[in-house]
Design a protein around this ligand. Structure first.
Ligand code: 8YV
Length: 330
């Protein structure tokens, strides 16, 4: 076995066995303060790194001279130093496609929960507070027929749009770098500039990748453009939203509600006002967290790593060109 691989979190026995067939594997259930030195020592010898929530920065890369492939068990890679990896010719693989439908389901769960106040009202039942008939003060707002604005109609955004249009008769608005003829033809979706989408939507759903361009894309000015009756749903990354500005808008009725699966800091600390607001449904970054999808993500990450180190190449990579160039050069 010519390769050495460091694996962190979320791999099954079978997947670890698959890796072990081509590489010596050092497995870390979790990297903590206690075992970080061991992890770094393993990384300094490794050709491949695979896992979820990988902690890796540019300084760690310089301590990992043999590293050739990083295979993250996530579609997002905003936590990884791509520019430095490109310079070193280190391949970055992610896990698109296999989590698209599950993440769109999560967005819809948050849409349903915020429109119909499901968590707030279910908590009342659990707390024994269902003593009278439900009156106007507990009414929600409809889901079906509401205008759904998708900020970032990529794979996940398109899957959310399909659910909205086909399941709930929602008019669909979207932003995207380029127009999506298939969404326009099959769903009647309309592409708008962000400002216009915010002003027209009853539900604004964020499904953009996080990067310099999308940092605080939804700031105080953007929130002010939304209808006071509108809800904001975020299954992207917390920092796409200026969180203090969102809290302020929710508190003063600038917008009606928010369904949030992602936060500026995760885990969300109990002292965040978001944990105590009736018009907020906060879930702990569970966009892709089903048995089926996490298994498929881990499998794709294993296939990417094995394919890159010992096979014909990765299935889903971000920077294959940079890697191939450096492989040819060395
Ligand atoms: C991951 C996600 O679980 O894929 C992503 O980008 O946000 C989630 O599916 C998370 O990044 C931790 O690996």
């Amino acid at each position: 076995r010519p390769w050495r691989v460091v694996a962190v979190r979320r791999l099954s026995e079978a997947q670890l066995a698959e890796l072990s067939a081509v590489a010596d594997v050092e497995y870390f259930e979790e990297v903590t303060d206690e075992n970080r030195a061991d992890f770094l020592a393993a990384l300094s010898r490794a050709h491949g790194l695979i896992g979820g929530k990988l902690e890796l920065d540019e300084a760690m890369l310089t301590e990992a001279p043999a590293l050739q492939v990083v295979s993250t068990i996530s579609v997002g890679y905003d936590h990884l130093p791509l520019a430095a990896m490109n310079r070193r010719g280190i391949l970055l693989c992610n896990t698109p496609n296999v989590l698209t439908e599950t993440t769109a389901d999560t967005a819809f769960a948050l849409i349903m929960a915020t429109q119909r106040r499901l968590v707030e009202l279910a908590n009342r039942v659990r707390d024994g507070e269902w003593q009278t008939h439900v009156g106007r003060e507990h009414f929600g707002v409809d889901v079906h027929g509401k205008t759904l604005g998708i900020v970032g109609a990529g794979r996940i955004g398109a899957a959310i749009a399909r659910r909205g249009a086909m399941g709930f008769g929602m008019p669909i608005l979207y932003t995207a770098a380029s127009s999506k003829p298939e969404l326009e033809a099959s769903l009647g979706a309309r592409r708008l500039e962000l400002d216009a989408l915010l002003a027209e939507s009853d539900i604004v759903c964020l499904s953009v990748p996080y990067n310099d361009d999308t940092h605080h894309l939804i700031d105080a000015a953007a929130l002010a453009r939304m209808k006071p009756s509108a809800a904001l749903i975020n299954v992207a990354r917390g920092k796409v939203v200026d969180e203090p500005a969102l809290i302020e808008a929710l508190q003063r009725g600038g917008i009606r509600a928010a369904g949030l699966d992602v936060f500026a800091e995760e885990p969300l600390l109990a002292r965040s006002p978001l944990t105590a607001m009736d018009n907020v449904v906060a879930t702990p970054h569970i966009g892709s967290a089903t048995h089926e999808t996490r298994e498929a993500m881990a499998q794709l990450a294993v296939d990417n790593l094995v394919g890159a180190l010992a096979g014909d190449g990765p299935l889903t990579a971000i920077n294959e060109d940079a890697w191939r160039k450096s492989t040819v050069a060395s």
